[in-house]
Design a protein around this ligand. Structure first.
Ligand SMILES: Nc1ncnc2c1ncn2[C@@H]1O[C@H](COP(=O)(O)OP(=O)(O)OP(=O)(O)O)[C@@H](O)[C@H]1O
Ligand SMILES: [Mg+2]
Length: 299
């Protein structure tokens, strides 16, 4: 059985080469026995398949592949999967598993109890929500502070205007924040609206200090700071916490995922966010070798 491929985005200025952002991972992948091929990210997003995968070696023998690249929406990932199948290549993360790990409604049930209570509703980009839309959505959360995002991403850098709601019982303010989030996400709004109960985390003076755990086939392959954390941040999680989150990861069933964990002020570790490992970012200075070794072994 041939080693799995690692697919990475091509460099837009040198289309035969991997994007510089993934250069260290490419080097580590080759060192770990993976064969690397490039896909054209912009073409994937534009729906220009099969052109997007024309540099992936076609094979009569079934081959498997991991992807490491920029975030793409679940439907683009599914298109990528079909175009690769036509070349005899099967993504080890199925489109269904990608959607489950990538979008909050997909992973929430597997992590219920470990992650802040959340509600969601599908939403069309560009449509402005009203109190009549937002009020019923918030009913089960009750009052208290909340955090707003789409199925994948928040506007955390526009915290006061488009992310944080001081009191979810104040439907007009909640609607204003949700509407601003929808407006700022524009056409990029992923899936719909998510509202989460705010929990007080240990912070670095601003936002929660998060540790990202990288799971390959249910085992923790690497633990890093969140990529936005200040350089030199800690990345330690107690073994018992890893065991507990590992059970959530097993319940989700996706083969390559990240979990962003943070310590709540009362000393309980919580899962802030789950992501598909293929499109989660590594901190700049991080040695990717342990991750690529795990991906090679899991192929
Ligand atoms: N329920 C919550 N309670 C308290 N703070 C939260 C909550 N949810 C999110 N946050 C804060 O908001 C930030 C952004 O939230 P989240 O990670 O869900 O969004 P994101 O835009 O996907 O971020 P990322 O850059 O990690 O992809 C978190 O890093 C955390 O500091
Ligand atoms: Mg996050």
């Amino acid at each position: 059985m041939a080693a799995p491929l690692l697919l990475v985005p091509s460099d837009p200025l040198a289309p035969r080469a991997p994007d510089e952002h993934f250069a260290r991972e490419v080097e580590a992948a080759r060192g770990g026995g993976l064969t690397v091929a490039v896909v054209d990210h912009d073409a994937v997003v534009a729906g220009e398949l099969p052109a997007a995968v024309r540099q992936v070696p076609a094979s009569d023998v079934a081959r498997t592949a991991w992807y490491r690249g920029w975030m793409i929406c679940s439907s683009a990932y599914a298109r990528l999967g079909s175009a690769l199948e036509a070349r005899g290549v099967r993504l080890l993360t199925s489109p269904a598993a990608y959607a489950a790990a990538h979008e909050l409604p997909g992973w929430y049930d597997a992590f219920a109890g470990s992650t802040p209570a959340s509600v969601w509703s599908p939403w069309e980009p560009g449509r402005t929500p009203t109190p009549a839309d937002v009020g019923p959505l918030l009913e089960t959360l009750g009052g208290g502070p909340g955090v707003v995002k789409d199925y994948v991403k928040s506007r955390k850098h526009e915290w006061d205007e488009a992310c944080y709601v001081p009191d979810l019982a104040d439907i007009n303010t909640a609607t204003r924040v949700v509407a601003r989030m929808v407006e700022l996400q524009g056409d990029g709004l992923a899936g719909g609206i998510v509202v989460r109960a705010f929990e007080p985390f240990v912070t670095d003076g601003g936002r929660a200090q998060e540790v990202r755990v990288w799971w390959v086939l249910g085992a923790p392959a690497l633990v890093t700071p969140h990529p936005d954390a200040p350089a030199g941040s800690d990345a330690d999680v107690p073994a018992g916490v890893l065991d507990a989150v590992g059970r959530n990861v097993a319940a989700l069933g996706a083969p390559f995922v990240t979990t962003d964990l943070a310590l709540r002020a009362d000393g309980v570790w919580r899962v802030i966010e789950v992501g598909d490992g293929q499109v989660s970012d590594l901190p700049g200075g991080q040695d990717p070798a342990p991750l690529l070794r795990a991906l090679a072994a899991a192929g």
